[in-house]
Write a protein that binds this ligand. Structure first.
Ligand code: SF4
Ligand code: SF4
Length: 156
């Protein structure tokens, strides 16, 4: 069994179609949606774990791409370097999933990595560059499981 975590980016038109359902019906693939969000500008992002035979996996990914979906390996994670954060709040305005939010009354910006969809919008929005994209390999050294490592919320 071949399995990988993928990030899918798609337009609002594609979001109307049952594209992911076809992965099961036409390619005998098993999928587990780990996170999904609609970004400003109506682009959708979905993080899913896809499993099946290598050939079906390849064919399924080809089908996704032919359907107008951008497919990336979820080989990166977004981390906050706490020492650099000034709690200015700029990142909370662009974060589409609520992973970055302001805790009141302390007015402290908190980062809930489980809600992060790895869209990377916060990276250029942060003046002191406190939000960083890192290879997942580094994350494995710090976390106990692959899912924790990529900072995804996992459905039970
Ligand atoms: S934009 Fe950067 S410095 Fe400002 S609250 Fe967010 S992470 Fe902290
Ligand atoms: S990458 Fe940044 S903006 Fe995007 S969901 Fe994660 S914390 Fe929010």
């Amino acid at each position: 069994m071949y399995s990988k975590i993928l990030v899918l980016r798609f337009s609002s038109e594609v979001a109307q179609k049952p594209v992911v359902y076809h992965l099961t019906r036409d390619f005998d693939l098993v999928f587990n949606i780990l996170n999904a969000a609609i970004l400003p500008g109506k682009e959708g992002v979905m993080v899913l774990e896809l499993s099946g035979s290598r050939k079906n996996f390849r064919d399924g990914v080809k089908f996704l791409k032919n359907s107008g979906i951008k497919v990336q390996n979820a080989s990166r994670e977004v981390k906050r370097v706490a020492a650099r954060c000034t709690h200015c709040g700029a990142c909370t305005a662009v974060c589409p999933t609520g992973a970055l939010s302001i805790k009141r009354p302390e007015m402290e910006v908190v980062f809930d990595q489980e809600k992060c969809s790895i869209c990377e919008l916060c990276v250029p929005a942060c003046p002191p560059r406190a939000m960083e994209v890192r290879p997942i390999r580094d994350a494995f050294l710090e976390s106990t499981t692959a899912r924790e490592a990529v900072g995804l919320s996992v459905r039970p």
